[in-house]
Design a protein around this ligand. Structure first.
Ligand code: PLP
Length: 483
């Protein structure tokens, strides 16, 4: 494709995306595609001869789109949002256009230096500790996902806990990691990847009301493990759990970490960006004093296309010591001068995309006030939805709902927990099959709850009210069907 051909097709692709975003509401939110349907509609073998790009666009429209779940649909309320935006898309396009692979500073200085600037900007916007800034002992880095970031934090924690031995000798003792029953599964996965195993990812009970990790239980569990010869390497506190946005008491957990010399990692994958609003910074209470590392995903709620996770560390050294290997083919004078950052030592892969461009585009386009307005709108819509659910005797509301997620369920008088759970799941399936909206679910204290997460830039009050109307309608339908 020549640059001129690219220009012509590129304009059409941008038009296509703009049209898609304009008409996204006309599609069923969750794809109705059956397993294997998209694959069966595609050729089993690659083309021998090149095809016109128009043919790709035609297939996108007719074959791919029916198999797409529309995450940018304003009635997408499932999981957590994966919010995209015009500036985010354009920043990603510019990154693709430049085609940079910024594994070390020397392979594209701007890729590294813009990243340093935007992660420092974001730390400032979120009111995070100045010790996370690159001009201190700490620093931030963009990663593909919170899972990767937590894995890197764990590698750094193990490095520190072992006095650097793990990097050379592997795991020789028993190292433990502490999570709560509500912690994201990526922490257990990280435990498996580093080789300590799931059994050494110790699960601390959560408070039955708040679903936050109980510091007293943490202290008891670590104490018992230490007495049995374990080395507590890391505690993961979550600010905004996946299931219900419960917020762990970071300061109290941090105290326990200090007592035992454990690394405190804070997983704020969804909720962290809410701190762009000063009135929501309470979520990070204790982070300044205690956090060794902190992760949040601008790709969830900060209008930055997937993938864009930021990991900050209070001290970058254990991470770099754990990960830095300098083979001959990567040697260069800039690295050897010690004057530059090579972010390859801050992540698992070597290669890196120029992700800073999309975050930079978003931060510049919206500015701090635009980002605050986006978060505040989501929180206010969630609060209004929660008020309506609370006032409706047919539904139970799970308190608390501090941010954009509301958990609720229909009440099923006279049904056992198991039957009530099945009935709630039947409502969920009907809602999602309707294509009008998309919700997901969770289980809390053995009960099935529906999750409605607000965060897409196109979601308006009308979409939330329509969602409630549909929820009431399908709940009645399931109730009538059972009677
Ligand atoms: N941590 C929390 C609290 C999450 O809610 C999620 C995903 O929803 C993750 C980690 C995993 O995020 P990622 O998909 O970026 O790995």
């Amino acid at each position: 494709m020549t640059p001129e051909e690219f220009r012509a097709h590129g304009k059409r692709v941008v038009d296509w995306i703009a049209d898609y975003l304009t008409r996204v509401e006309s599609y069923p939110v969750r794809s109705p595609s059956r397993p294997g349907e998209v694959r069966a509609a595609l050729p089993g073998h690659p083309p021998e001869h090149g095809e016109p790009f128009d043919a790709v666009l035609a297939d996108l429209e007719h074959t791919i789109l029916p198999g797409v779940t529309h995450w940018q649909h304003p009635s997408f309320f499932a999981y957590f949002p994966c919010s995209s935006s015009g500036p985010g898309i354009l920043g990603d396009l510019l990154s693709a256009g430049l085609g940079v692979q910024g594994m070390v500073w020397a392979t594209s200085p701007a890729c590294t230096e813009l990243e340093t600037v935007v992660v420092d900007w974001l730390a400032e916007l979120l009111g995070l500790p100045t010790g996370f800034r690159t001009d201190s002992a700490g620093g931030g880095v963009i990663q593909d996902s919170a899972s990767s970031a937590s894995l890197v934090a764990l590698l750094a924690a193990l490095h520190r806990a072992s006095g650097g031995k793990i990097a050379t000798e592997g795991i020789t003792g028993r190292y433990t990691v502490y999570v709560s029953s509500q912690t994201h599964s990526s922490l257990e996965k990280a435990g498996r990847i580093v080789g300590i195993g799931s059994n050494n990812v110790r699960v601390v009970e959560a408070d039955p009301d708040t679903l936050a990790m109980d510091p007293a239980q943490l202290r008891a569990l670590i104490g018992a493990d230490v007495a049995a010869g374990a080395v507590p390497a890391m505690v993961c506190a979550t600010v905004g759990t996946t299931s219900t946005t419960a917020i762990d008491p970071v300061a109290a957990l941090g105290e326990v970490c200090r007592e035992y010399g454990a690394w405190l990692h804070v997983d704020a994958a969804y909720a962290g960006v809410a701190a762009v609003c000063p009135e929501l910074r309470w979520i990070n209470e204790g982070v300044h004093e205690y956090a060794d590392s902190y992760v949040t995903n601008p790709h969830k709620w900060l209008l930055t296309n997937f993938d864009c996770t930021v990991l900050w560390l209070a001290d970058r050294e254990p991470m770099i010591d754990a990960l830095a290997i300098l083979p001959e083919y990567l040697r260069n004078s800039a690295t050897e001068s010690g004057e530059v950052i090579d972010y390859r030592d801050w992540q698992v892969p070597l290669g890196r995309r120029f992700r800073a461009l999309k975050l930079w585009s978003v931060l510049r386009w919206y500015g701090a006030e635009g980002l605050r307005a986006h978060i505040r709108r989501g929180v206010a819509l969630a609060a209004e939805f929660a008020d309506l659910v609370r006032a409706d005797a047919d539904f139970a509301l799970l308190e608390h709902h501090p941010l954009g997620l509301v958990c609720f369920r229909p009440r099923w008088p006279g049904l056992s927990d198991a039957d009530a759970g099945a009935a709630t799941m039947a409502v969920l399936e009907r809602l999602n099959d309707s294509g009008e909206l998309y919700l997901s679910h969770t289980k809390v204290r053995g009960e099935v709850w529906l999750r409605l997460a607000i965060g897409g830039p196109a979601t308006e009050r009308g979409h939330v009210l329509d969602a409630l109307a549909a929820i009431r309608r399908f709940t009645r339908a399931v109730r009538d069907g059972r009677s």
